[in-house]
Design a protein around this ligand. Structure first.
Ligand SMILES: Cc1cc2nc3c(=O)[nH]c(=O)nc-3n(C[C@H](O)[C@H](O)[C@H](O)COP(=O)(O)OP(=O)(O)OC[C@H]3O[C@@H](n4cnc5c(N)ncnc54)[C@H](O)[C@@H]3O)c2cc1C
Length: 429
């Protein structure tokens, strides 16, 4: 039986404190597995990014389930969920009938409603996708057709002069106007969802990492360790788990680390976990200048991303980005502590200036300053086509009560509540 609220977190930490950890053989040894303390839980969510938080809120608030959320970081939302453009996407770019298209359109609706109902700072400022040369116009038309097929309302093609009436600093030959695009304060959003989930019995346990799992009978068992044990791990011996959780339902929403966690779950069929690829996206800000734009400005999308675009925050500050830089991953265990390289090299600005000047010709030399970076959890590499979100349930891996979420890149923030709705329906059917 599930323990009352908060006792799980207490017991997790209690167990971490009490587990004496002299030299143990690897956890793959069944005798050692037997000696590790165990705890039953109702629903376990791995990862407190926007998606995991939305899932926890959905399960606890709308379905009355008892939820435990584990995150290896000291607080929620320190991964990709705090390293993005904070744009509420309309749902234009994604192939019709893809999960990205349907979750984005549904997620946008849920997100705007949630923001209004809970006074989360947001603004429906609209977006212009711009063709800066005649050769790009057919691609703009394709985007418009696709957006309409995806159910995006209000899309309208504009001549360049009309777009520059809206945005005098803009240069383009045509633009696609998307009035339902907007921006949101993602931290306030996460804070509100966490609060709601907590007030419906969800427990968040931070500095608590999932390091693997196994299937016993028809039960999934999740191996947990304190993040400090990972930080102190010597990298050579097996990493021991300090607690085994036995949940009825598990949602693996660990973002960049979700595939690595799934790979460490013994008993999942071979070959179902997709390869991980990583594409860093850097942002640059404008020094000492007010934003030249009032709306979101996006170029035609590029391979791996949406192009170096203009995003505004709710204070009207402008940022440009993200670009696309394919990077090598890191080993699974360091990834659990988010030890990815988020540095923004100053010299990347050399590629930003020409990209931005295609639509903002008066950008001054020396005006860009390094901002921050995020990393896209990709399921395909630079030479491969784009992939859809992967929501992997029993129908794929054969394990009842487990959903793996892979490749939740953009528009994952916009889609988060729709993903949560879908995951709950899949698990509770
Ligand atoms: C550059 C960039 C720009 C983007 N812009 C937008 C945008 O404008 N609009 C939009 O809709 N989307 C955007 N996205 C996508 C969006 O940010 C993501 O889809 C979303 O944040 C993913 O949330 P998540 O909860 O799946 O992952 P994360 O936020 O990464 O959360 C995963 C959590 O799992 C935890 N974790 C990892 N390993 C373990 C472990 N072993 N045990 C326990 N916990 C663990 C991490 O600490 C982390 O908190 C962008 C993404 C990038 C990279």
């Amino acid at each position: 039986m599930m323990k009352p609220r908060n006792s799980i977190a207490k017991s997790i930490f209690q167990k971490f404190k009490n587990v004496s950890n002299p030299r143990k053989p690897p956890f793959s040894s069944s005798s050692i597995l037997e000696s590790i303390p165990r705890e039953k839980v109702d629903c376990l969510v791995i990862g407190a990014g926007i998606v995991g938080i939305a899932v926890a809120k959905e399960l606890s608030v709308n379905h009355g389930r008892q939820v435990l959320v584990l995150d290896s970081a000291p607080i929620f939302g320190t991964g990709t969920s705090s390293r993005n453009s904070e744009v509420i996407h309309a749902g234009i770019y994604y192939p019709t009938n893809s999960l990205k298209a349907s979750f984005c359109v549904r997620g946008k609706e849920l997100l705007y409603k949630y923001c209004k109902d809970h006074e989360i700072p947001h603004k429906q400022i609209g977006k212009l996708i711009v063709a800066t040369g005649l050769s790009e116009v057919p691609r703009l038309s394709t985007l418009m057709t696709r957006g309409i097929q995806n159910g995006v309302e209000g899309l309208r093609m504009m001549e360049g002069y009309e777009a520059t009436t809206l945005e005098p600093e803009l240069q383009c030959v045509k633009a696609l106007w998307s009035p339902s695009s907007g921006i949101v304060d993602s931290h306030s959003l996460m804070l509100s969802l966490v609060g709601e989930a907590e007030s419906h019995g969800t427990t968040f346990s931070y500095n608590t990492a999932v390091i693997g799992g196994h299937i016993e009978g028809n039960q999934i068992q999740i191996h947990v360790s304190g993040s400090n044990a990972i930080a102190n791990w010597n990298g050579r011996s097996e990493l021991d788990s300090e607690l085994i959780l036995i949940p009825k339902l598990v949602v693996n929403s660990a973002g960049l680390s979700a595939p690595a966690i799934a790979k460490r779950m013994k008993g999942l069929p071979d070959g179902i976990i997709p390869a991980s690829h990583y594409a860093r996206g850097c942002y640059f800000t404008l020094s000492n200048t007010k934003s030249p734009f009032k709306h979101l400005i996006y170029p035609i999308p590029e391979v791996g991303g949406l192009g170096v675009h203009v995003t505004l925050d709710l204070n009207g500050q402008v940022k440009f980005g993200p670009d696309v830089e394919w990077i090598k991953g890191i080993d699974d265990i360091p990834s659990f502590l988010n030890m990815f390289d988020y540095s923004v090299r100053e010299d990347r600005a050399n590629q930003f200036y020409p990209a931005i000047r295609k639509y903002y010709p008066s950008l001054k030399d020396g005006s860009l300053e390094p901002g921050y970076a995020g990393i896209r959890p990709k399921l395909s590499g630079p030479e491969e086509g784009p992939t859809d979100f992967v929501v992997q349930g029993e129908d794929i891996h054969g394990i009842s009560g487990l959903v793996n979420l892979f490749g939740i890149e953009s528009p994952g923030l916009t889609s988060s509540m729709a993903i949560a709705e879908h995951v709950a329906a899949k698990l509770l059917k």
